[in-house]
Each structure stands twice: as structure tokens, then as C-alpha cells.
Design a protein around this ligand. Structure first.
Ligand code: DGL
Length: 266
């Protein structure tokens, strides 16, 4: 039995803290909406998990959101979107909004038609992702760079370390050698190292992320399904995680400029 209403929360999840880059944009632009965020950090990185594990985690979290009467779900993770969104949509009747690397806008913006894409290993190998590139590349050269180890650095709060800088330099060097002028951040964790990336790639490479288009797509879906929250007050946001790390609470508090904590999730 459906018990969702316009005041029901929107469930947002990622393998960890990466989806907070999207949750922040949603809370700023749709401030009346109630949000439940799940960081599935115990199973991060999804990018190094099997297809079966990704499907199992996505279904478990979606089922929990439905038990919380969520009216829509945002899969704030490129890896989970390309691997599991079709089967999820086939199972649940509420709107499901996914995240896909911004290949199409990158192609439109590129002057020299050379585009780099940073992704997790599980996204790089995924047929849906490969077909997204073929669909939108329109004669451009698209260089895909998997970044194993990078999500783990961000999850464990090491994004400012020399090791992280060295890892980024290793992943970005071949893209710079290919003379890219657009760089797509194809994982929601990567905006948390965008300053380090800019330092390495310089001013001639434009970075693209997906928080804004995902928020716009969510807004359209809420209107289309007539489930916009029309309350006069600001919505509540609750954060759940299944692996507690001090740096996660720090990131939350600094993003929302107030003291916040993750609560335990199964
Ligand atoms: N943040 C996720 C993504 O956008 C998942 C990264 C991972 O857990 O490997 O792909």
C-alpha cells in the first residue's frame, strides 16, 4: 500500500560520502523537501565491487527508503546508476533519478573535441556507460580514465595528502598528454578533489560535474508526479551511514555549516 504524500522524504544514497555533493545542491535548490541520505560506506567503493554486490546493495537501500515512505529516490552514484538503475526502475513505482557522467555537455563545450572522463573501474567497464559515450561523442575523442583507489582516499579523509595528489597526477597525466579541454567528473566523490584536480590540469581544462542537472531532473520529476512539498517551512535532512568515520561528520558539518552527524544504518 502506498502511503507517500507531498511531505514524504526524498531518499538519496551513494556508496559513501560522494553523494553529499548532490544532496547539498538539492537542499539548496529545493529547501522545502525532506531528505534522507544514506552513505553505504561499509560497501565502498562500489567501483571495485562485483555487479551482483552493487545490485544487492541498491535493492536493499531502495527497499529501506520505501519502508521510510520515500516519495522519490536519487541514486547519487554513477557506478550504481549505470549498473543497477534499470532493474531498480522495473521493481519500484516511485520516481528514480540517476546520475550519469556529463558526456553530452562536455562534447557541446569542447573546442578541440577532446574530452577526458574520470570514472570508477566498474563504470569504465559498464556497457551502459560505453553506449552513453557512443551516443553523445559526435565525432569527439573521449578518453576514459578509471581511478582505482581514489574513492577510498576520499572516504578516509586523505584528499589533501601527497599520496592523493600523486594518484591524481598519475590518472590525469595521460589525459593531459591527449590535450583534453573538458574533464568530466564521472563519480560523485570526485568533486571533493576538484581543487587538487584544477591545480594539476590548469586553467585550460574545464571541469564538469552533475549536481545541478540531477537537481533539475529531480525537480521536474516532482512536478510531473505532483509530489512537490508545498510546506511553508524548510525540510528536515537526516544522514545515515553504516560505517562511522570522524572525517564524515566533519565533512557534513562543513558542507552544511552547522554541527551534523551520521546516524547508524543497517
Ligand atoms: N560515488 C560513486 C560514483 O559516483 C561511487 C564510487 C565508488 O564507491 O566506487 O560512482
Amino acid at each position: 500500500m502506498q502511503t507517500q504524500s507531498n511531505n514524504s522524504p526524498i531518499g538519496i544514497f551513494d556508496s559513501g560520502i560522494g553523494g553529499l555533493s548532490i544532496a547539498k545542491c538539492i537542499t539548496e535548490q529545493l529547501p522545502r523537501e525532506n531528505i534522507i541520505y544514506v552513505a553505504d560506506s561499509k560497501y565502498a567503493p562500489y567501483g571495485e565491487q562485483s555487479f551482483e554486490t552493487i545490485i544487492e546493495r541498491v535493492n536493499t537501500i531502495a527497499q529501506w527508503f520505501i519502508e521510510q515512505q520515500c516519495k522519490a529516490i536519487v541514486v547519487a552514484c554513477n557506478t550504481a546508476t549505470v549498473n543497477a538503475i534499470d532493474q531498480l526502475r522495473a521493481q519500484v513505482s516511485i520516481p528514480i533519478i540517476g546520475v550519469e557522467p556529463a558526456i553530452k555537455p562536455a562534447v557541446a563545450l569542447s573546442k578541440n573535441k577532446k574530452i577526458g572522463v574520470l570514472v570508477t573501474s566498474a563504470t569504465a567497464e559498464n556497457p551502459r556507460f560505453i553506449s552513453l559515450i557512443n551516443q553523445h561523442k559526435n565525432g569527439s575523442s573521449v578518453f576514459v580514465q578509471p581511478c582505482p583507489g581514489l574513492v577510498n582516499m576520499i572516504e578516509t579523509g586523505q584528499q589533501g595528502s601527497h599520496e592523493c595528489f600523486a594518484l591524481l597526477t598519475k590518472f590525469l597525466s595521460p589525459l593531459l598528454a591527449s590535450n583534453i579541454d573538458q574533464l568530466v567528473l564521472g563519480c560523485t566523490h570526485y568533486p571533493f578533489v576538484s581543487e587538487q584536480i584544477k591545480h594539476i590540469v590548469g586553467n585550460n581544462v574545464n571541469l564538469l560535474e552533475t549536481a545541478q542537472p540531477v537537481t533539475e531532473q529531480l525537480s521536474r520529476q516532482l512536478k510531473q508526479h505532483e509530489i512537490v512539498n508545498l510546506s511553508d517551512s524548510c525540510g528536515k535532512i537526516l544522514f545515515y551511514s553504516n560505517q562511522h568515520k570522524a572525517n564524515h561528520n566533519q565533512l557534513l558539518s562543513s558542507l552544511w555549516s552547522t554541527q551534523l552527524r551520521f546516524t547508524s544504518f543497517i
